[in-house]
Design a protein around this ligand. Structure first.
Ligand SMILES: Nc1ncnc2c1ncn2[C@@H]1O[C@H](COP(=O)(O)OP(=O)(O)OP(=O)(O)O)[C@@H](O)[C@H]1O
Ligand SMILES: [Mg+2]
Length: 578
């Protein structure tokens, strides 16, 4: 199983730039307001330093009062500016997240089914839940905080330098340790978080597979095996999480210790310079306060380094979904003939285990071909390949000389339709349910299609085409849903129909009714019918017998019966029983 691709660093960087670039105004406003807030914030320690100097110089109480009021005004102004910046920042974040989600949905819908199946649905499920959420958090909450904290930190350090360059040097003593530890951390964090993400995806995959196949698991007594498998995946995730935790447990203590260093250095150096009259007491106090204040943004930077890493790793996985080569969309409609041809087709669901072993088949336009054979012979697989839903491992399935899997899905559906026992009623109106087969069909055409297939239930609907169907609204029974599916086919009007035991699951009366409806749909089209009732084969132009992934007999009913092979045996036993 090969996972979906993961975007590389430059793609992530480019996408981040685009994300910010699309909302340049909002980002500019946030940055401007936050810088203003930070600059106003710088005033308080400086004013406090002034108070110290004034007091030690024997100043009057009124001067001190004035300075104190100035401090109060600065604090209020800073608060207001910050709040408004946060407001604008959050709106930017929400907009960006919404855009990201929309893009992701679009990319997911464009994915070729084969790519999702190769990667495992768990991978896509994790990316669309865990990863999209992580990117959302990073953009909405983390990114603004990181930007603001960086700006504050730079301003605070700058302020200390402005007070006195020598005090500024003191501010820097903690940085080498922080830099070294952060670098050490960042080098390891990327791969570690990617590994954690992959382990989480595998766990989801295992759990989903077990839940989806619960009946099979029960029937075959595989529960112990599945539990063991799950436990293994859990312990794998646990060890990956432990690895990232180990990284954090080095980073945080080392960094905490480094915070105290600059303040201590500033006070020591400050005392030394003060003795020599190089600085005033107020300047030393202000410098110490600035450094004390810088702990807060520094702390936030480091604290959010992890979600940032996580966000970047997730973003790479989210962007990776868009890097799967999309289903080729035949830009201009290719010239399409109607002859459906298979050449040397082999196919496997699981690597190394072919279920079709080299199939050659020519279906002539307008012909009725019946496919018969024992269960597990590969008939349904053949049907999916002919309909272009799966791609052959080797060989080619072509329609009018054009590989069916290369056709734009929307275009393909209007040429070849596969009818199975599974039919889905989508939540929405009858019109919605029909429209996706033929978006440009008129109401009259829809009603006519329902009539063609004999969907009598339609006449009883209270709101006609506007009646809501599906969960919680009007529920259709299996046979009625089948008729809805057939009406869709009438609207899509494909020239080729593939029927895979379309009526096998219905009770005899409804099956007969549905078959009548089918007969109305089949006229004038190429039909490939997979059937267990051999009267279908008897009435067909040709019959193909499938056994063990091969076509073993192919010809007219009479000829095959005369030949006395597998089909003749099947026919005689079926004929005797009916
Ligand atoms: N989704 C799948 N994943 C893995 N193996 C599959 C899948 N679908 C079918 N197979 C296997 O491929 C082989 C052919 O199955 P297929 O469903 O094509 O047979 P069939 O002739 O349609 O059988 P039936 O008459 O029971 O419908 C079988 O061995 C089956 O177990
Ligand atoms: Mg089948």
């Amino acid at each position: 199983m090969s996972g979906l691709p993961i975007a590389d660093r430059s793609t992530v960087r480019q996408a981040t730039r685009e994300l910010i670039g699309r909302d340049r105004r909002a980002v500019g406003v946030v940055l401007g307001l936050q810088s203003a807030a930070a600059i106003v914030g710088l005033a308080s320690p400086w004013l406090l330093g002034r108070i110290v100097d004034e007091v030690s110089g024997g100043a009057q109480a009124s001067t001190v009062d004035r300075l104190a009021i100035a401090i109060a005004i600065c604090v209020v102004a800073q608060m207001l500016l910050t709040r408004y910046a946060q407001f604008v920042g959050h709106r930017f974040g929400e907009r960006s997240v919404a855009r990201l989600r929309e893009q992701f949905v679009q990319r997911t819908l464009d994915l070729p089914i084969s790519a999702v199946e190769r990667a495992g649905t768990g991978d896509l499920a994790t990316r669309s839940s865990v990863d999209v959420t992580a990117v959302g958090t990073a953009v909405r909450d983390v990114l603004p905080i990181m930007v603001i904290a960086t700006a504050q930190l730079l301003l605070l350090c700058g302020a200390v330098f402005v007070l006195h360059p020598l005090l500024g040097l003191a501010a820097l003593v903690g940085l080498p340790t922080i830099y070294a530890v952060s670098r050490w951390y960042l080098r390891r964090a990327g791969p570690a978080y990617l590994a954690e993400g992959a382990a989480a995806a595998q766990l989801t995959e295992t759990l989903t597979a077990t839940a989806e196949g619960a009946r099979t698991v029960e029937a075959l007594g595989l529960s112990d095996q599945r539990v063991e498998h799950g436990t293994e995946r859990i312990s794998q995730l646990w060890s990956r999480r432990r690895a990232t935790l180990a990284l954090r447990s080095v980073l945080f203590p080392a960094v905490e210790a480094s915070y105290a260093l600059p303040i201590a250095a500033a006070l020591l150096l400050g005392g030394f310079f003060l003795d020599r009259g190089l600085v005033t007491l107020g300047e030393v106090v202000a410098a110490a306060l600035y450094l004390q204040q810088s702990i807060d943004p520094l702390d936030r930077l480091l604290q959010y380094m992890e979600p940032t890493q996580r966000g970047i790793a997730s973003f790479a996985r989210v962007l990776g979904v868009g890097q799967v080569p999309p289903q080729p969309r035949g830009g201009e409609a290719p010239p399409i003939g109607r002859d459906l041809v298979m050449r040397g087709v082999r196919f496997s669901y699981a690597a190394g285990h072919d279920v079709l072993h080299g199939i050659d088949l020519d279906v002539n336009p307008g012909e009725r071909l019946a496919v018969v054979g024992p269960s597990g012979a590969g008939k349904s697989t053949l049907a999916r390949l002919l309909a272009g839903l799966d791609e052959p491992r080797t060989g080619v399935v072509s329609l009018g000389g054009y590989p069916v899997t290369d056709l734009d899905p929307a275009l393909r559906r209007r040429q070849i339709a596969l009818v199975t026992q599974e039919h889905h009623v989508f939540i929405g109106s009858v019109r919605d349910n029909l429209a996706f087969a033929a978006p440009d069909a008129s109401d009259d055409q829809m009603r006519e299609a329902l009539q063609t297939v004999g969907a009598a239930w339609y006449d009883e609907l209270p709101d006609g085409l506007d009646t809501e169907l599906g969960d919680g609204a009007r529920e259709l029974g299996a046979a009625d849903a089948q008729l809805l599916a057939l009406a869709r086919i009438v609207l899509a009007d494909p020239h080729t129909l593939i029927l895979d035991e379309a009526t096998a699951a219905l009770d005899p009366t409804t099956a007969r009714r549905t078959e009548r409806a089918l007969a109305a749909v089949l006229t004038g089209r190429t039909v490939i019918a997979i059937a267990h009732r051999l009267n279908t084969a008897h009435d067909a132009d040709r019959v193909a017998v499938m056994e063990n992934g091969r076509i073993t007999e192919l010809g007219r009913h009479d000829d095959l019966v005369r030949r006395g092979g597998a089909y003749a045996a099947l026919w005689h036993s079926w004929h005797a029983a009916h």
